[in-house]
Design a protein around this ligand. Structure first.
Ligand code: SAM
Length: 459
């Protein structure tokens, strides 16, 4: 059933209600499928448990709670129905999404949100900034583009708990992937008087011009449908041009891709963190290729889940890449700064080493060798010759300096030492004692850098 008008009425009367969409991604994740959804959000055990428990709680305990389902697909509805004791209030998945059905009702819903006197909170990725104009949002709370749930959920809850007052009613809107369903559930427990609307990608296109669903009305049609909500002058401000450009690169394509990926069981690499941009990977590749005719070993220090590592292995094949990491996180950096590094926090919850192995085995020709040891201890005793070494471990000055000192005498002529975080761990980072920049400047005077990537050739 399409509940667009029911939602509008609830907003006009300030009656608590919730609408959460459980689509293909949620179904596959709750069923322990391997893989990722359309936003490259991996199916993890924590997410599976969260999705199942939140579905049960919303149906069994929350009175005015509707669950969106895609085309009422029987395998999926049977699965969800088997989990609950109460009858599920199923609603059409597209209740909020602009398509060709009941467009006027959807425009009315958007208007009721925009002009409601209730405070509005929108949880979304940073590119959805124009939603603030579209729906008069009071608080924009940002989450990463994907996979924020496993590592960021508690922090997000703390942010929201500081904003939401128990004596006030809010409309809380989410466009935050699979974790949004669990978030709505946890917020409903603490703040049952609010209205919760899981928008998903419903307003992606009007806000970013990016097609994330593949079949929705064109941007021009959406503009004309929503004209009463949009002030042309503010809406077309050129300052938003960057949003459209970034959205092309960062926002996902839905449905078709997910289903195909699950059907064909293509094994995609799993990177929970994006600590190495594609642009920088391209530059790293060029450096590696420039030493292909030399003799010597190829090494990476600091591999994590293998984003840069996979690229290096594939671009040096059939040569072997030596992968050095403790998989214990940036311990020295934490000691120097006095602040627990994000890698240490993540490692308490996730088996990063296993993800690294899976990624390397599924994405490379297995032309790699692992040295699971502290880099300083290992390099002190290492007696091989090196033609290429990429350093991306702890970022404080002392570690980087010592690593370079140990590597330098082992470099062959024409060989390259390079590393990440030249800009992010710069000389003004007193917490890192001057970091990567200070160490590189002191030991390798002729170094160069392309943004965050620094490199040096042995003459
Ligand atoms: C920023 S991550 C590397 C990111 C990776 N290059 C990528 O593309 O995603 C830093 C890694 O360095 C490792 N590390 C930190 N200190 C180390 C040390 N002393 N020896 C070896 N590895 C270390 C950590 O365990 C972590 O996996």
């Amino acid at each position: 059933m399409e509940i667009t008008n029911i939602l509008t009425e609830a907003i006009n009367n300030q009656t608590p209600i919730s609408f959460s969409k459980y689509g293909d991604g949620e179904f596959f994740c709750a069923n322990s499928c391997d893989g990722v959804n359309c936003d490259m959000d991996p199916y993890t055990f924590k997410k599976k448990k969260g999705l199942i428990e939140s579905f049960q709680y919303m149906v069994n305990e929350v009175p005015n709670s509707y669950m969106g389902i895609w085309n009422y697909e029987k395998t999926q509805s049977d699965f969800w129905e088997g989990l609950t004791t109460k009858k599920i209030k199923w609603a059409k998945y597209h209740t909020i999404i602009m398509d060709n059905d009941n467009v006027d009702n959807k425009v009315s819903l958007y208007k009721s949100i925009k002009y409601s006197t209730m405070k509005k909170i929108y949880i979304c990725n940073p590119l959805m900034i124009k939603a603030k104009l579209l729906l008069n949002i009071d608080y924009m709370v940002h989450v990463p583009f994907n996979n924020w749930f496993d590592s960021y959920f508690d922090e997000l809850m703390n942010v929201l708990k500081k904003i939401i007052r128990k004596d006030e009613k809010y409309i809380i809107i989410t466009s935050a992937g699979m974790g949004a369903k669990i978030l709505i559930c946890e917020l409903s427990k603490l703040f049952p008087n609010n209205i919760y609307l899981d928008f998903g990608s419903a307003i992606d296109k009007i806000c970013t011009k990016k097609t994330s669903r593949g079949w929705e009305p064109s941007y021009e049609v959406l503009m004309s449908l929503l004209k009463d909500l949009i002030s042309q002058k503010d809406w077309n401000d050129p300052k938003y041009d960057i949003v459209y450009e970034e959205a092309k690169k960062k926002m996902g394509i839905h449905l078709g891709e997910t289903i195909e990926a699950n059907k064909s069981k293509i094994v995609k690499p799993l990177f929970n963190e994006d600590w190495y941009s594609q642009h920088q990977i391209d530059n790293l590749t060029s450096l590696l290729k420039s030493v292909s005719s030399l003799h010597g070993n190829i090494i990476e220090i600091g591999c994590w889940e293998g984003k840069s590592t996979i690229n290096l292995a594939n671009n040096c094949y059939p040569e072997i890449l030596i992968c050095n990491d403790t998989w214990l996180g940036n311990v020295n950096e934490s000691i120097i700064t006095g602040v627990e590094h994000i890698t240490l926090k993540i490692l308490k919850e996730r088996d990063v080493y296993s993800i690294f192995i899976d990624n390397m085995n599924s994405q490379t020709q297995k032309n790699y060798k692992i040295v699971k040891e502290d880099c300083i201890a290992w390099l002190t005793n290492y007696d091989g010759f090196i033609k290429f070494i990429h350093i991306d471990a702890s970022h404080e000055y002392e570690s980087v300096l010592k690593t370079i000192e140990l590597v330098l005498p082992k470099m062959v002529r024409g060989g390259i030492i390079c590393g990440d975080d030249y800009l992010t761990s710069n000389i003004n980072r007193h917490d890192l004692h001057g970091g990567v920049e200070r160490a590189v400047k002191e030991l390798l005077p002729n170094f160069k850098n392309i943004n965050n990537l620094w490199y040096w050739f042995k003459e």
